[in-house]
Design a protein around this ligand. Sequence first.
Ligand code: PLP
Length: 430
Amino acid sequence: MQNMYSSIGVSEKVWQFGEKIIAELAPRFAMIDENAEYNQLKVIAAMQKNRVSAACFNSSSGYGYDDLGRDTLERVYADTFRTEDALVRQQITCGTHALAVALAGNLRPGDELLSPVGRPYDTLEEIIGIRPSPGSLAEYGVTYRQVDLLPDGSFDYENIKKAINEKTRLVTIQRSKGYQSRPSFSVKLIGELIAFIRSIKPEVVIMVDNCYGEFTERIEPSEVGADMIVGSLIKNPGGGLAPTGGYIAGTKECVERAAYRLTSPGLGREVGASIDVNRSFFQGFFLAPVVTAAALKGAILAANIYERLGYAVIPDGRESRHDIIQAVTLNTPEALIAFCKGIQAGAPVDSYVDPEPGDMPGYDSQVIMAAGAFVQGSSIELSADGPLRPPYNVYFQGGLTWPSAKLGILMSLQKMVEAGIVSPDRLTAD
Ligand SMILES: *Cc1c(COP(=O)(O)O)cnc(C)c1O
């Protein structure tokens, strides 16, 4: 095995350091495999119940009326996520778009949107109009209010209560930390927040940005009171096979409103041909629990490796997991770049290219991204990215298989050693 790693560019010291840490992680990895087993059965049960057949893998064309595959897939999502309904479409271009559709579909002029969990994901700032953008909710007369988390990362219940008013129509809760250093929330904790909000205003619509969270636990936020959960198919639920797409799962009313926004008033979910995606959407969703487990193991390995080397990591090496993102505070731009070069070098695709920082639409600082993916930009595949701003956090995620996730992390360490950022002596100490 060690020869194999040497031949692919991982030194003996780096490999042995990794092996020692992996051996200690065996009990946690066993628990992750059990969760994957549970969620795998959930998905299979939903596929069986909805009589998924070979005919579901065909495409429709034109308007896409009576698209059996698309409509069955939406039932499978709804049953798996325990919702009344779901919209799962290739016409939803990404997670940001899914969130924009869910929000715009369910808010009206004069309504107020509340985030009780602090600043939302970067790209939502333009949807909401926190950063002015043509077509934002602000331009349509939807106001926004935000309650920051307390310094320890917990909910500020007192100020959340004060922020809820007669205009508050929709509450958005982001499960994953995204590009922040706060904790990601467990579904249980999200359930407590939802119960609190409902105790003040029962009729408010609650949406959870579920990006990166799907299948990391045995239940989803839709099972603890969320009216809508929203995500991207090039993250967890696409299982690495979905080439594009997004989903909105929730109550009939919320999903319907979103559908009228996605296509057109009057048409809603009836149109939208599935062109060559049904098989990969089904098969990807089928694989998603196991793929998510591989990504979780990779994240835990990265946390434990870099924690051992003295870097701040969120979550830490022992914490329970509620998404597949691992943040490592690398302190310098050089370390951030070396880390990303390693992830790129460990990939099956485009391993020969060198990632460089650049401007990205929707982000307000330069970003470096490493991804050697079968699907462009897919972050259920091994990928790392980080904004070029202090404290130079890298956000690592994905890995379609555990061995490939492991290779990527070992390669990141290898590049840090080669760049003189981590001394090889550190790998043998302890
Ligand atoms: C990825 C992500 C988004 C946006 O998804 P894109 O597919 O990149 O547009 C939104 N919220 C969170 C928490 C995310 O992780």
